[in-house]
Design a protein around this ligand. Structure first.
Ligand code: HEM
Length: 207
């Protein structure tokens, strides 16, 4: 207990706890984004509520990622400086495992900043392209957690990670299958080339 409260140990615990929290938050942000883009929840809860929560979770992901990075710099167990955590492969401690996290952080920042400046400054096409990199950032963060995380092989953490990752993969597959939902409605707009999803009106217009 004394060791846990010692300053050296405390920053290391904060770094680990905030890193794990940031990963779960990024997964939640991606899941909520997919709820929005697929319309899989069919309007319950309503889209504005989902969007507000999605934005809140996205912001919280950035906050916890910054806490994670600050705690790593403040920690003396492994020595990190600003360059180590901002430049991929600069870290002497597990350089490639850390690099996945560094790249995920930059992508997260790009997604968040373009979203905050959406409409006012960032055109819709650019916002959408940058936002699509959320899938990549989630993948990179997952590799980072599994390779660099001290606790990743603890079953109490591993199984929740595996379950949440499966959910993200499943909904991403669903997103590819049905395309994007109509932003004004609630149900997914079927892609013309998706077998079995062609609307009757489209069939009659062909004939
Ligand atoms: C201020 C912050 C954010 C805003 C305003 C925002 C806004 C949105 C909106 C409006 C959608 C629905 C797009 C559609 O219906 O096609 C969406 C989808 C999505 N968002 Fe965000 N978002 C934010 C932050 C984030 C963050 C931080 C992440 C990831 C960590 C993220 C990941 C996603 C994903 C994966 C989708 C689904 C994209 C798709 O299927 O094409 N978003 N977001």
């Amino acid at each position: 207990m004394t060791a846990l409260l010692g300053n050296e140990q405390l920053t290391w615990y904060i770094a680990r706890a905030s890193g794990i929290t940031a990963w779960f938050l990024s997964a939640a942000a991606v899941l909520w984004g997919l709820f929005l883009s697929t319309g899989v929840l069919r309007g319950r809860p309503r889209r504005p509520w989902l969007l507000d929560l999605h934005r809140f979770i996205g912001g919280l992901t950035v906050v916890f990622t910054l806490v994670h990075m600050a705690a790593l710099i403040g920690d003396n167990f492994v020595h990190f400086d600003l360059v180590d955590i901002l430049i991929p492969m600069a870290s002497e401690w597990k350089p490639s495992a850390v690099a996945w996290g560094v790249v995920a952080f930059w992508l997260l920042l790009a997604v968040e900043i373009t979203s905050l400046l959406r409409r006012a400054v960032v055109p819709e096409r650019v916002w959408r392209a940058v936002h699509a990199s959320s899938f990549l950032l989630f993948g990179f963060a997952t590799v980072h957690l599994l390779q660099a995380g001290t606790d990743a092989d603890n079953p109490l953490l591993f199984w929740p990670i595996a379950t949440v990752s499966f959910l993200v993969l499943f909904l991403s597959w669903w997103r590819i299958l049905v395309g994007r939902s109509n932003p004004n409605g609630t149900s997914p707009t079927p892609r013309r080339d998706t077998p079995g999803l062609t609307r009757r009106s489209e069939l009659s217009s062909v004939g």
